[in-house]
Design a protein around this ligand. Structure first.
Ligand code: ATP
Ligand code: MG
Length: 305
């Protein structure tokens, strides 16, 4: 199954255009993307579609591995409680763990702060044939650091480094150049912003507080950051607008309904791998002879399959 192209297009941020987060829904897509097969609720439909995308993703990942040309980098960014962790867990649950690695980026360590702002992510990029998932990423450098510019004081930036809008513009430019370099060298990049509403975030925080099984997920820092919701949204608006490029597009995925969000992410990942046009390595005459020799050595029938 494939996510309809019109849905992929709707969620993509057109390079050169505004992200338009304030106009984008946090709860639904314009197109009816769920396959109408008589099942009862949207949740059922979304879960059914996610299962299908997961199977496609498992085969796509095998092809990625076998063809050994491309790596896939999936970047997940969102405000707290939008569902990054659950989405990564569900969408990737069918994929061979040997072909896939997740990295989560929290506040940088002192050692990390002694390097340029892309360094810590650059050291863990996926190799060819693999899927790398960034749970937060170098984008935090134009998001949380922009909302809290006092963090810059710990970054050991050179004297005379720009401040204010010029700094963020330079970082957007550096990110675009870095991503273009990666794509040119065989890393396909797909970036997701899980777009949750302020009301839904509140409901999820309350659910965490009320459910003893979820209380561990709650951190007082989440509440402090929620006070900056509007500033974060503006930082996301500007960053996504500046860095949705033809080579590394952003997708804004409505995040208020978790099953639908997961299915949409799964569908977009499958679409991205499809676009690579991968194929199994072609077996030349030497390889055919090699396989035939191995078949004979094992006492198998000549020319089987
Ligand atoms: P969870 O769903 O478990 O809360 P999380 O992604 O919010 O997941 P946390 O460990 O709670 O993980 O938070 C990580 C924190 O680190 C976030 O507040 C994020 O903004 C912050 N962070 C990430 N990168 C940077 C950075 N480069 N500079 C400063 N802070 C950063
Ligand atoms: Mg958190």
């Amino acid at each position: 199954m494939r996510l309809p192209k019109k849905v992929v297009r709707e969620l993509a941020v057109e390079p050169g255009g505004a992200a338009g987060l304030h106009h984008r829904s946090t709860s639904h897509t314009r197109a009816d993307w769920l396959s109408p097969t008589g099942r009862s609720t949207p949740r059922d439909l979304a879960e059914h579609d996610l299962e299908s995308f997961k199977q496609d993703l498992a085969s796509a990942q095998e092809l990625l591995y076998a063809s050994d040309r491309w790596a896939l980098l999936l970047v997940f960014q969102a405000l707290d409680a939008a569902g990054k962790d659950g989405t990564i867990k569900h969408v990737m649950s069918g994929v061979n763990p040997q072909g896939c690695q997740v990295f989560s980026f929290g506040r940088p360590s002192d050692a990390e702060l002694r390097h340029d702002f892309l360094w810590r992510c650059a050291t863990v990029l996926p190799e060819r044939g693999r899927i790398g998932i960034f749970n937060r990423s170098y984008y935090e450098e134009v998001l949380v650091v922009r909302v809290h510019p006092e963090l810059l004081a710990a970054q050991h930036l050179p004297d005379g480094a720009p401040a204010g809008p010029r700094l963020w513009n330079e970082r957007y430019e550096d990110i675009n150049a870095f991503e273009r370099h990666l794509v040119r060298n065989g890393t396909r990049i797909v970036k997701f912003f899980l777009h949750v509403s302020e009301d839904e975030q509140r409901a999820r925080f309350l659910a965490r507080l009320d459910d003893p099984g979820k209380q561990w997920k709650f951190s007082p820092a989440d509440l402090a950051e929620r006070a900056h919701f509007a500033e974060y949204l503006q930082a996301y608006e500007d960053a996504i607008t500046a860095t949705s490029t033809p080579w590394a597009p952003w997708y804004v995925v409505p995040a208020d309904h978790k099953p639908a969000m997961r299915a949409l992410v799964g569908g977009i990942v499958v679409d991205a791998i499809d676009q690579l046009g991968l194929h199994l390595p072609a077996a030349g005459p030497d390889r055919a002879a090699e396989l035939e020799a191995a078949r004979r050595a094992l006492g198998g029938a000549s020319g089987a399959r």
